[in-house]
Design a protein around this ligand. Structure first.
Ligand SMILES: Nc1nc2c(ncn2[C@@H]2O[C@H](COP(=O)(O)OP(=O)(O)O)[C@@H](O)[C@H]2O)c(=O)[nH]1
Ligand SMILES: [Mg+2]
Ligand SMILES: [Zn+2]
Ligand SMILES: [Zn+2]
Length: 392
């Protein structure tokens, strides 16, 4: 039975037995109302049409109990949120993104989503779409575009502390559908969908054990991207001449963040102290643009990544080694040691979502605009581990 974590409530569900949700096209009008289960599991109060279990008899049509119409939309049986159609029968991996406050997660996600849609999709011949938990009307997508994408790319303003997706006490996962093909036996290709769910989880939320939503998320993840702020490493900061406003990470050094995540993973996944954690972890150092002027021309971190429809293993290895050397220079090899001792499968990445340093005090992007550099690398590495894309 195909199993996957629901991208909205993170419960593992059998994707061949999803619930149905009415779309209001019966012969009599159907009514939307707040769904108790949905509120309880995700905090979403938006009214929706009735969600009901799939008929158990084979060949029987899913009929809405309220209006008698045939339902076509599928929904999570645990939280009653409508899911992208590609989730049906899939065993999609769940990829988590965590890091401390100010490490650049919101900027990274916003730039990554646009980069995936506009560049990476073409590179991998994949259709990459953003879906939200609000499939009726485009409310969710429009809000995302206005508050996240346009704010950053058109108005050049950096995310505010009370971000759109973190407003109130409800956090909204960003859900992407990556549709491509997979080659079966005899060279036959079949369509394949991978659903990616990103919850922008701040370090301080990880600290409070009451935040079960974050913990459920971490526990459901098949792989993780940890965003680390190099500005929070004293030895790295000493090499720069940063204004005070650039220093935002408040909850400890990157080593503390990593140690905390390791402890949490050990508990959540039940990994004993004498075993390494198997879950693939991409450790992404953000804001690398601040160091570009100090790097040699030939440094792989500075090189443009390849544009072939494969994950380039040698290039990834080279960046990993360059990052290790930088950690050594920054007097932060303890991060490398900690990762080696605790994880079977990790890799370092050096990314820059903005591509150039912003005006930290004004909270605006550089006059030249946004030129993302290597933002997709961590995700591509993980997708190559999951088998969604090839590695070479
Ligand atoms: N130099 C540089 N600074 C960045 C970059 N991305 C984010 N920042 C800085 O880090 C701050 C926090 O970013 P944000 O994405 O809001 O962090 P979050 O709290 O982890 O979501 C921004 O206001 C910028 O000052 C980047 O690519 N380069
Ligand atoms: Mg944020
Ligand atoms: Zn769910
Ligand atoms: Zn109905």
């Amino acid at each position: 039975m195909p199993q996957a974590a629901c991208p909205f409530c993170f419960r593992k569900v059998d994707t061949s037995k999803l619930a149905y949700q009415c779309t209001g096209h019966g012969s009599k009008p159907c009514e939307k109302s707040e769904d108790e289960l949905r509120v309880q599991m995700t905090g979403n109060h938006a009214p929706s049409f009735p969600t009901f279990a799939a008929p158990t008899e084979r060949g029987k049509q899913p009929i809405c109990p309220k209006c008698g119409g045939v339902a076509k939309r599928r929904a999570c049986p645990a939280c009653h949120t409508a899911v992208p159609i590609g989730f049906v029968d899939s065993d999609s991996p769940m990829i988590g993104l965590i890091g401390s406050k100010g490490s650049g997660k919101t900027v990274l996600m916003t730039v990554l989503v646009k980069q995936l849609r506009e560049t990476i999709g073409k590179q991998f011949m994949a259709a990459i779409k953003l879906t939200t938990d609000n499939p009726d009307g485009l409310g969710g997508l429009e809000a995302y575009k206005a508050h996240r994408e346009d704010a950053l790319f058109e108005r050049g303003t950096l995310p505010s502390k009370t971000d759109w997706a973190n407003a109130g006490n409800r956090r909204i996962p960003l859900v992407l559908e990556w549709q491509s093909t997979r080659t079966r036996m005899f060279g036959k290709t079949v369509p394949q969908s991978t659903i990616l769910s990103f919850l922008d989880t701040a370090g301080e939320q990880l600290n409070s054990l009451e935040d079960t939503y974050s913990l459920d998320y971490i526990a459901a993840c098949d792989s993780l991207i940890i965003a680390l702020d190099p500005f929070a490493i004293p030895g790295a900061r000493a090499k720069l001449n940063l204004p005070e406003r650039a220093i935002q990470s408040t909850d400890g050094t990157p080593l503390h963040v990593i140690e905390h995540v390791t402890q949490m993973l050990r508990v959540e996944l039940g990994v004993k102290n004498n075993k390494r954690i198997k879950l693939p972890v991409a450790v992404a150092f953000t804001k690398m643009d601040a160091f570009y002027r100090m790097m040699d021309r030939g440094n792989s971190i500075m090189n443009p990544p390849g544009r072939l429809p494969i994950y380039q293993e040698a290039d990834g290895q080279a960046v990993h080694e360059q990052m290790r050397a930088l950690l050594h220079d920054w007097n932060a090899s303890d991060i490398d040691i900690h990762m080696s001792l605790n994880f079977d499968n990790f890799r370092f990445f050096g990314v820059s979502a903005l591509g150039a340093e912003p005006d930290y005090a004004q909270e605006t992007t550089a006059p030249g605009g946004i030129q993302p550099h290597r933002v997709e690398d961590p995700l591509l590495w993980i997708l190559s581990k999951e088998g969604t894309i090839k590695a070479q």
